[in-house]
Design a protein around this ligand. Sequence first.
Ligand SMILES: Nc1ncnc2c1ncn2[C@@H]1O[C@H](COP(=O)(O)OP(=O)(O)OP(=O)(O)O)[C@@H](O)[C@H]1O
Length: 348
Amino acid sequence: MLHVKIKKAFPHFMLDVAFTAEKGITGILGPSGCGKSLTLQCIAGLETPDEGLIVLNDRPFFDSRQRVNVKPKDRKIGYMFQNYALFPHLTVQQNIAFGLKGKPKAEIEQKVAEMIKKIGLQNYERHYPAELSGGQQQRVALARTLIVEPDVLLLDEPFSAVDHYMKQALEQQLISFIQEHFTGIVLFVTHNIEEADRLCDRIIMYHEGKVIQSGPKEDVFARPVNVTAARMIGYENLFPVDSIERRHEGMVAFINGIELLVKDVNVPPSPLFLSVHANHLLFVEDDRPNTFDYEIVQTRTRMNHFDVMIKTEHFMLQATVAKKDWDSLLASKKKLYLPPEHLFFLQG
Ligand SMILES: Nc1ncnc2c1ncn2[C@@H]1O[C@H](COP(=O)(O)OP(=O)(O)OP(=O)(O)O)[C@@H](O)[C@H]1O
């Protein structure tokens, strides 16, 4: 288990975060400039926090009170940078061997040969990075990182420099490689919500130098704790709540003069908002609670669905409609339905 509780101040930025990470892939998700890379640098020992603690399995790497600050090379942390940072003037073999400097020659040769086999680059030992494809470069970078047998692997936006098609292939390769050859803690920095969803088990969400939410991916994505977290993970439908009332069938939220039945009974402190994911809006034929007349004001085509902007008398919403459902929606589904079990409260 990795425990991190650190503060670091710059003239225009303050990092103040606390989290834990276990075995498996934990994503640090947040927009540009929110302190993700800085956190990795502090864990690796490349930056020193002003105060706090960084402890791996009861072994302190950094403890400002006890004046502990373990040198980067003694932390056993593998750090893969955004653009891989391979040494252009060193061969594949030399790049991979870099972290083993000072070890006996025979040990280095054996370890490097094993690693080259693992990454499937047997015929490329003497090639230079510029002679490799993006995928091969990534494998060399990963091999160089893993050869020192780290306990923690830090991946800083490993796919930021590649195009969409390349990214899909590299993602798959990276994950299979990690699953096969690395059993420790992986911290994976990204600003891409879909990437985080595909690759991570747990999520730590950052905003302006602070953790705003963390937990298993499914929980974080299903239940953002506040409007900032919700916006970051793509919740478009966020309504300020005027007041609420507890009734025996559930909560009732009053918004713009209408009543909405809500099954969620966890009401956070005000300012109170109500949300529903675009995927959870339904179109129905019958009249029932939480149904509204609607008008489609804009449609955006996606791969398998449409993003639809909808206007009701009282509010605008965004819904996702599968392409296969489109015709039946236009033909017969006359009401928009906000299912009470998918409405939830969050803090403004
Ligand atoms: N050495 C430094 N001196 C001054 N400010 C710094 C330093 N290092 C980082 N910062 C500031 O800390 C903030 C966070 O930077 P960081 O690189 O961690 O962001 P990030 O979330 O990783 O974003 P990106 O994805 O764009 O790299 C930024 O505002 C940056 O300017």
